[in-house]
Design a protein around this ligand. Sequence first.
Ligand code: SF4
Ligand code: SF4
Length: 365
Amino acid sequence: MPNLAETVKAPDQSTDFGPPEYWPFLPPIVQRNYGKWKYHETLKPGVMVHVSESGEKVYTVRIGGTRETSTTTTRLFADIADKYAGGYLRFTSRNSVEFLLDDESNVDPLVKELTERGFPVGGMARSIGNMIHTQGWLHCHTSASDANGVTKAVMDELHKYYVSDMLPAKLRVSFACCINMCGSVGASDIALIALHRRPPKVQYDKVRSICEIPGTIAACPVDAIGPKPYKGKPSVVVDEDRCIYCGNCYSVCPAMPIADPLNDGLSLWVGGKISNARTKPRLSSLAIPWMPNEPPRWPTAVKAVMTVVEAWRKGAKEDERVSEWIDRIGWPNFFKVTGFEFTKYHIDDYRLGETTMNYSNYARL
Ligand code: SF4
Ligand code: SF4
């Protein structure tokens, strides 16, 4: 049988593109046992062991991190990894930080130090994983809300379910600051998605000087933008009945701002998942069409998330994800137990959406 460790090693990557070859960064115990792991189990909240065919064990200690981490904190993580984990750690796709240890006697002292420093140890098994989010006001011009702030407010409430094992199953909560959802938010147990509710306001006189008009027209996924001269000069016009308020046009044309503090807000979606365990992966479905954007603590959105979490926690069977729980009790009962109002917006009647997939009249290769 070929040595799996050898077959997966990439050739020399002498290039300045992309990440460096990962192999040298794996802990030696992981290199030695690559492809030979027999099983893994969660020992306690935030601590997992992987056992190899060779009998070697690697312990993982997970803490909730942040999407934006300061240099000071990153150096602190590195120092802690040097002290307990032979210098090895990794950042997960949900912005958690995992320390990888081959010495079991270091696990409890590491957990103690991390806890004393205020880092939540958990996020495994029947708990909430770290909440992922998009860029928000910090980086993205298209955002209909902040992302970091909402995530902080929600996770402050959900903290007890991160550091414990008290939920029926794993829980994945996500946040996107516009409907482009650049963080795969649409397939989460619970998702908050910020949205615009008005078309962009075209600054007709500026379009010609700061926008590339064919590119602006092509940026619209529903063909809502067309050319229209303004005072004899090239400009564009928006068919407001077609517009889905996605903000793509503003990304390529700064003369089409879409942010509207009075009308932008948050929506709540539930029942998505990426896992194919028991039931197939699926997208989330609408639960609340609009909530106000309320910095700095977003109380309405936080309350809505907690309402779903508590209803699911009380009503779900063991190992039942949110989607499976809703399937079993039915959508009418979901609205009943959560107290959410069923509105006309829950009926998908967007006549230009056709299959309601990512629909465009432009060919994308
Ligand atoms: S979700 Fe939208 S607004 Fe938020 S970072 Fe992504 S593209 Fe920007
Ligand atoms: S916001 Fe989206 S749908 Fe509306 S005009 Fe701009 S690109 Fe088209």
